[in-house]
Design a protein around this ligand. Structure first.
Ligand SMILES: *[C@@H]1O[C@H](CO)[C@@H](O)[C@H](O)[C@H]1NC(C)=O
Length: 289
């Protein structure tokens, strides 16, 4: 790990003390990926168990939809097996989960789309931290498969576009963990502790109104879409000039107005997920920041 080497060198030269938050190792990244795969695996298992073919038919879906969701569920189980195999007896174990708002096959599929998209953002964000090159290929092969799951859900099932924009959105460890932790009720105490933290929840309404336990005084909202992002000031609990980005995008609340300086040290809450499906059959380009 680049940071670890840099810190070791720095410590040797100047006696510099490493910060409290330790560097992320490849093992951490595998455990982190497994944490997310366990969540996905449990999610599909729970709701395929709850909604049978008759429930999907009643909700207006042809039989191939549920059949293919079963196939996706098998993939997630396979991802769990792959990562667990690499970690051996140290592999983190499944937690217990809560998925609010799922009452029928339709809300199940809508949540599946978002969870698959967060999976893509997680692998994309972690990629540059992986040291062992062989793991990059393994992570990449899972990433593209999660992207195909999401694309299929968003297009074949929901009849929308298979993408959000020209690039997918990388999210860092803390950002992804913050989203995942909202779904996690409790974990076995024997699970390894990861060097990640969860920020408070954030919700932003269409009119820019913010709901969060964090203070919004003098804060900004950073909207993240693909490889671009920008900050927007918050005035009286409302984001000013919130752009309506097409597809799935994310936003965090931050104390930092300078977009290039937004990071874990100044993020106050979030991310929240925006889902603005658009008609891919017509010419309606995404608004620029
Ligand atoms: C934002 O931060 C970057 C990096 O420190 C700096 O180069 C840039 O000048 C800053 N922009 C503004 C508007 O302060």
């Amino acid at each position: 790990m680049k940071f670890a080497v840099a810190f070791a060198l720095l410590s040797a030269i100047s006696g510099y003390a490493a910060p409290a938050k330790r560097a992320v190792t490849d093992t951490d990244i595998l455990q982190y990926a497994l944490t997310l795969e366990h969540l996905e695996n449990a999610f599909y298992h729970q709701y395929l168990g709850q909604f049978d073919q008759a429930a999907f038919q009643k909700a207006g879906y042809p039989d191939w939809v549920r059949n293919r969701i079963e196939n996706i569920a098998e993939h997630e189980a396979q991802h769990v097996a792959l990562l667990s195999g690499a970690l051996g007896s140290a592999a983190t174990q499944p937690c217990t989960y809560q998925f609010p708002g799922i009452t029928d096959p339709s809300s199940f599929l809508a949540t599946a789309t978002l969870i698959e998209n967060v999976g893509v953002s997680a692998y994309l964000g972690a990629a540059s931290s992986i040291v062992e090159k062989a793991y990059v290929t393994v992570a990449g092969s899972i990433l593209t498969t999660e992207a195909r799951h999401q694309a299929w859900l968003y297009s074949s099932v929901e009849k929308g576009p298979a993408w959000s924009g020209p690039e997918d959105t990388p999210l860092d460890f803390d950002e992804v963990y913050s989203i995942a932790s909202a779904f996690i009720k409790s974990c076995p105490t024997s699970n390894p502790t990861l060097p990640v933290k969860a920020f408070p929840a954030l919700a932003i309404a269409d009119d820019g109104s913010i709901t969060t336990s964090a203070s919004t005084d003098g804060a900004y909202v950073q909207v993240i879409a693909g490889l671009t992002s920008n900050t927007f000031p918050v005035v009286n609990g409302k984001v000013q000039g919130l752009p309506k980005v097409q597809g799935i995008s994310y936003a965090v609340l931050t104390s930092q107005g300078n977009n290039t300086l937004v990071g874990d040290d100044n993020i106050l809450a979030g991310p929240t997920i925006f889902n603005r499906p658009f008609n891919s059959k017509t010419s309606n380009p995404a608004p620029a920041f």
